[in-house]
Design a protein around this ligand. Structure first.
Ligand SMILES: O=C(O)CCC(=O)C(=O)O
Ligand SMILES: [Mn+2]
Length: 202
């Protein structure tokens, strides 16, 4: 569904940050493929609203999500273990292209659906033990633009990136150990789907 020609690109912006770096490919997918993939995901992903336990309190996650991975690769975060949903066939070629861009043979993706501006993702790092000591995480955005905020742990310095539809942000070494990130709530925001590709050590 995502054709190779539409994955041809890319103009890569480099963000050299304190203790870490990211790259940003604004048009990793063109707008036609981004819309098509957004609609496929909305329709075919078995979305759930997970219960998260933080600081001893359990509440519903402020977003819908799905953990898609190779068989037997579960993912534990916020005191919850997510069992893998099998890959959608439509993600096969895309996962390969994202992996080639990042230099990682990704075996899993956490998919999030932010239905509106009230859906969000709090400050965190993707630093669970099964991701290894210094994970590389690639994040593809589809649909409405949302701000992605980064905060350096020691200096508290922040950066904000607008994650537009079809863009690919890759967080390299240091970004999960020296920085945290968040998708803050906004008064108005269009529906958005985000795919964060990860490599799980088993
Ligand atoms: O929605 C995003 O851009 C970020 C998602 C994220 O950080 C995560 O799922 O760990
Ligand atoms: Mn994250």
């Amino acid at each position: 569904m995502v054709t190779q020609s539409s994955l041809f690109t890319p103009e890569i912006e480099l963000l050299e940050l304190l203790d870490g770096k990211c790259t940003f490919v604004r048009e990793f997918l063109n707008s036609k493929d981004s819309i098509r993939l957004y609609e496929t995901m909305l329709d075919k992903v078995p979305w759930t609203q997970d219960k998260l336990t933080l600081y001893g309190k359990t509440h519903l996650a402020p977003r819908m999500s799905c953990w898609m991975a190779d068989a037997n690769l579960s993912y534990r975060y916020s005191n919850m273990t997510m069992q893998p949903t099998p890959w959608l066939a439509e993600l096969k070629e895309l996962t390969h292209a994202v992996g080639t861009q990042a230099g990682v043979d990704f075996n899993s993706v956490l998919v999030n659906h932010y239905r509106n501006g009230q859906d969000s993702n709090g400050w965190h790092a993707d630093n669970e033990p099964e991701l290894g000591p210094d994970p590389i995480v690639a994040s593809l955005s589809l649909g409405g633009t949302r701000d992605f905020r980064l905060r350096h742990n020691a200096s508290k310095k922040t950066h904000t990136l607008a994650l537009t539809s079809g863009s690919l942000l890759i967080m390299y070494s240091g970004m999960q150990t020296h920085w945290q990130h968040t998708i803050p709530k906004r008064a108005h925001a269009e529906s958005r789907i985000n795919l964060t590709f990860r490599y799980i050590y088993s």
